[in-house]
Design a binder for this molecule. Structure first.
Ligand code: GTP
Ligand code: MG
Length: 281
C-alpha cells in the first residue's frame, strides 16, 4: 500500500534503543510511598506484608518476561536485570520500561487483597521507572551491591529512629540523636537501650529480597526403581548477601548468557538425558 501523506510523522520518533550487549537494569520505585505507607498504616520501619507484596509483584515480572534473570528489592523499589543478549522490543527503552512498570503496578493492585485482606486499597499505587545499561558483569554486581548496602544503611537508621520515637522522643530529637553516628554506635544503641541485636533482625529487613530462577536438584525414581536426578529451574525469593562472591559462585548460571539461553531454547527431555536434565518450570 502506498504511504499516506501523514507517514512523515514517523520521522519524529526518537530512537531509544539501549546499547547492545549490555546488562539492562530496570528500576521501579513507588511514587509517594511516604504518603502511601501512611495511608495504609504500614508497620514502621518495615511492614512484612508490604514487602511480601512487592516480592510477589517481582515474581510476576520474572514469570512474564523470560529475559529478566534477577531481581533485587528493598522498601518501595525493585531492580530487574535483563540479560545482556535481550532483544525484546529491539531493546527500546520506552517499551521495556513501560512493560515492566505497568506489569509491576497492575500486579500490585491485583494482589493487594491477598496480602492486606483487612485493609482497603485507598488509591492506586504508582511506580516510576528508569532503565540503565551496565557494560560488564562486575559493574552490574557493583550496582546490586550498592542497592544492598543502601538497604542495610537505611534499615539500621530507621530501626534506631523508630525505636527512639517509640521510647518517647520526638522525631526531631531522634534525628538529632542519630546525626553523624557510625554503624557501631547505632548497633550499640539498639543493643544497650532496646536489647536488640541488629544481626538477629529478620534477614529480609537487613538484606532486602532477591528473586531468580534457581537450579534445584530433584531426586526421583524410575518405574524400575532406578534413582534419577534432575535439575529444575524454580523461581525463588531469598534474602541472601549478594555483595560477596559466595552467592554468585554458587549460582553461576544466573548471569551466564550461554547457560540461560540453552535452558530457554532446549530443555533436554528426561528420555534424551536420563541422568541429568534441565527444564524450566
Ligand atoms: P518518591 O519515590 O520520590 O515518589 O518518594 P517516596 O515518598 O516514595 O520516598 P522514597 O522512595 O524515597 O522512600 C520510600 C518511602 O516509602 C520510605 O521513606 C517510607 O516512608 C515508605 N516505606 C517503604 N516501605 C515501608 C514500610 O515497610 N513501612 C513503612 N512504614 N514505610 C515504608
Ligand atoms: Mg518511592
Amino acid at each position: 500500500m502506498a504511504n499516506s501523506k501523514y507517514e512523515y510523522v514517523k520521522g519524529f520518533e526518537q530512537n531509544d534503543s539501549l546499547l547492545p550487549q549490555t546488562w539492562i537494569v530496570i528500576q521501579v520505585d513507588g511514587r509517594g510511598f511516604t504518603r502511601f505507607s501512611q495511608a495504609h498504616a504500614f508497620k514502621k520501619p518495615n511492614d512484612m506484608q508490604a514487602l511480601f507484596l512487592m516480592n510477589d509483584c517481582a515474581k510476576a515480572v520474572l514469570e512474564d518476561i523470560s529475559d529478566v534473570v534477577f531481581c533485587y528489592g528493598v522498601s518501595d523499589e525493585y531492580s530487574f536485570v535483563l540479560r545482556r543478549t535481550c532483544t525484546l522490543y529491539q531493546r527500546h527503552a520506552s517499551k521495556l520500561l513501560s512493560l515492566v512498570v505497568s506489569l509491576f503496578s497492575a500486579s500490585y493492585a491485583m494482589k493487594w487483597t491477598q496480602f492486606f485482606p483487612e485493609t482497603e486499597l485507598q488509591y492506586a499505587a504508582t511506580f516510576d521507572g528508569r532503565a540503565v545499561c551496565y557494560p560488564s558483569e562486575s559493574i552490574l554486581r557493583d550496582y546490586l551491591s550498592w542497592r544492598q548496602v543502601d538497604c542495610h544503611i537505611n534499615n539500621q537508621y530507621n530501626t534506631c529512629f523508630w525505636k527512639l520515637v517509640e521510647s518517647g522522643m520526638s522525631t526531631t530529637e531522634a534525628q538529632d540523636t542519630l546525626k553523624g553516628t557510625t554503624a557501631d554506635v547505632k548497633n550499640n544503641l539498639l543493643f544497650e537501650k532496646f536489647n536488640i541485636n541488629y544481626n538477629n533482625l529478620p534477614q529480609i529487613f537487613r538484606k532486602g529480597s532477591i528473586v531468580y530462577r534457581k537450579q534445584v536438584e530433584e531426586v526421583g525414581k524410575k518405574e524400575n526403581g532406578e534413582v534419577i536426578k534432575r535439575l529444575r529451574m524454580r523461581i525463588v525469593v531469598e534474602h541472601e548477601d549478594i555483595i560477596r562472591d559466595g552467592f554468585w559462585t554458587a549460582h553461576p548460571y544466573i548471569l551466564s548468557v550461554a547457560r540461560s539461553k540453552q535452558q530457554q531454547a532446549h530443555p533436554p527431555s528426561p528420555a534424551a538425558k536420563p541422568q541429568l536434565s534441565l527444564s524450566l518450570r
